[in-house]
Design a protein around this ligand. Structure first.
Ligand code: DQQ
Length: 583
């Protein structure tokens, strides 16, 4: 017999053997997959994990859930698979932050534990109740085979804990079940509730049975326990299922301050309401701006065809299942959205992670009153290093120049462009007025134009074989009015096979008659998040360069049009790494 210290119980021996073999298998499969042509080594490079975007240390994430500010902390919950890098086993993971940029991971907030959520805890929102306590409304799945979707509530075990670490599910769950007229498999994602008159109200996303009518199903409650469905939805449209609806008031056009979700009426500064839905069919987040009548319980979009034609999107790229919340400290409304990967499932498994959250954006009504404007929260600027400046530099047709003096693979770049003349703007084909993305697919970054394409090549390799283009192109309609297209073209972003590389695009409703237009791009290793014309049009792209990684990534300004473009000012900053969930 040896030293008794080293004698392990048979169960412990078995466990150790299992662990050793599991980790061996995991490593082996990672290595073999990495060596296989479908998972090249560059894909698993840590240089593709984002540096300052929200990510847990590993595994799959999707929708942001229930963001809120509470007793000095911003809270973000999110859909998370603790067991792998693909969707499944979803729980509500939980992180907290003082500034929306540095994040600390806490224990998960909600996991399946009651009959009405035993097969899944899906997306939802938080509401601050009258006594200051937050309540989470979320969707539960109660049976294994059919997705029968039920709405539940969870409350903090200890509301005096600013970190809201523990949540319980009261015995009166569920609070809403799919009854007649509701499609049980398409009934989910309750919104933040708002208080109007004597009632709380909230929305649940749905699809009217037997139709393609997406709807925001409206519920009312006096006590936040018993919820009654209103006779008609708050709004609906023939678009397919509405996931993750969001509904909130905005102030006067151009006023950047946000409003609490329950604010109502001109005296409270409410100008309009915004209704957003995440459209399952297209995987984009669309919104309308309109008028809400809390007596008739109706919301009417200003643009009667805005739900289906020339739709407004928060982001014209990879950005989905978003949610806003009101920040009472800085009096602003903040938007969070999920950006999925656009590599393959095999890549994600090999990487061991999938999904990020976009940088939190402040959101408000544009001076035109016709759309929203978004801008990265000001706290992000704390991560900026020393600025690199370029000023008054003309880029002739067909030319480009490199911005040097920084490692641009993790950077923030702001550029002000000046177009010397709009004379050569190409005629606009009205057939594309409802399809900016298609237009950009045809007129990509390498297709020469009259005014533009001009913009940035980011995450570019030294030989420019790899580069992601973010750019503008100006057209003129039949009356000579300029039409500005903003595009993100990742078709040359990587030599890696099996990547999804869609061109993304949106029109920019800006007055370019003075020739001026700005662009800001947040570049972060495998994400390029861009804001055109001060945040009027936003596009987030995921890209996975195979050569333009880390210090081998370059940044250029290019002009592929026939008209001179001046960079009146460009400032670029390397970005530091914030605290990111302990990763
Ligand atoms: N993701 C959740 C659903 C929601 C969808 C499930 C949107 O609640 O409808 O993870 O991405």
């Amino acid at each position: 017999m040896g030293n008794p210290k080293w004698v392990l119980a048979p169960w412990a021996v078995l466990l150790l053997l299992q662990l050793a073999s599991a980790s061996h298998h995991a490593r082996l499969s990672l290595e073999t997959e990495a060596a296989s042509p479908s998972v090249p080594a560059s894909i698993v490079s840590p240089l593709l994990r984002t540096g300052y975007h929200f990510q847990p240390p590993m595994n799959w994430i999707n929708d942001p859930n229930g963001p809120l500010y509470y007793k000095g902390w911003y809270h973000l919950f999110y859909q998370y698979n603790p067991k792998g890098a693909v969707w499944g086993n979803i729980i509500w993971a939980h992180s907290v932050s003082r500034d929306l940029i540095n994040w600390i991971a806490l224990e998960p907030a909600i996991s399946p534990s009651i009959p009405t959520d035993q097969y899944g805890v899906w997306s939802g929102s938080t509401t601050i109740l009258h006594d200051g306590t937050p309540a989470i409304l979320y969707t539960g799945i109660d049976r294994p085979s059919v997705n029968y979707q039920i709405q539940n509530i969870a409350l903090p075990k200890n509301a005096s804990d600013p970190l809201l670490r523990e949540w319980y599910k009261p015995g009166y769950n569920p609070i809403a079940v799919p009854m007649a007229g509701i499609n049980a498999t398409q009934f989910r994602d309750p919104t933040t509730a708002w208080f109007a008159g004597r009632h709380w109200r909230m929305l649940v996303g749905g699809l009217r049975p037997g139709t393609l009518r997406g709807e925001a199903i409206l519920y009312r409650s006096r006590d936040f326990k018993h919820w009654v469905r209103a006779k008609h939805p708050l709004h609906s449209a023939l678009t397919g299922m509405w996931e993750c609806p969001d509904f909130f008031p905005v102030g006067k056009a151009g006023v950047e301050n946000g409003l609490d979700t329950s604010e109502y009426g001109a005296a409270a500064g409410v100008e309009k309401h915004v209704l957003k839905n995440s459209l399952d069919l297209t995987r984009y987040d669309y919104y309308t701006i309109g008028t809400y009548d809390n007596v008739k319980e109706r919301y009417v979009p200003d643009n009667p065809t805005g739900d289906v034609y020339q739709r407004l999107q928060y982001d014209y790229g990879n950005f989905y299942a978003s949610k806003t919340f009101f920040d009472p400290v800085k009096h602003r409304r903040i938007l969070l959205g999920w950006a999925n990967e656009s590599d393959s499932v095999a890549h994600d498994k090999a990487k061991g992670w999938a999904g990020i959250q976009a940088i939190p954006r402040k959101i408000w009504l544009d001076p035109s009153g016709k759309q929203l404007v978004q801008w990265p929260v000001e706290e992000l600027e704390k991560l900026r290093g020393k600025p690199v400046n370029v000023g008054d530099k003309v880029v002739k047709p067909g030319q480009h120049f490199e911005v040097t003096g920084l490692q641009s693979y993790q950077s923030d770049v702001e550029v002000s462009f000046e177009v010397s003349s709009l004379d050569k703007a190409e005629p606009f084909d009205p057939a594309y007025s409802n399809d900016a993305q298609k237009l950009c697919g045809i007129k990509g970054a390498d297709v020469k134009g009259g005014v533009g394409p001009f913009g940035l090549w980011v995450l570019a390799s030294a030989d420019l074989a790899e580069k992601t283009a973010v750019f503008f192109r100006v057209f003129k309609d039949g009356y000579g009015k300029p039409i500005v297209l903003m595009c993100s073209d990742p078709t040359k972003s990587s030599l890696t096979p099996d990547l999804y590389k869609p061109t993304f695009a949106g029109f920019v409703d800006t007055d370019i008659s003075s020739g001026k237009i700005s662009l800001r791009s947040l570049i972060d290793r495998s994400v390029v998040e861009s804001f055109g014309a001060g945040g009027k049009t936003c596009i987030l792209s995921r890209v996975y360069p195979s050569m333009a990684l880390g210090k081998d990534a370059h940044l250029h300004v290019f002009n592929n049009g026939e008209t001179d473009i001046k960079v009146s000012k460009l400032t670029a900053w390397e970005m530091k790494r914030p605290l990111m969930n302990g990763a």
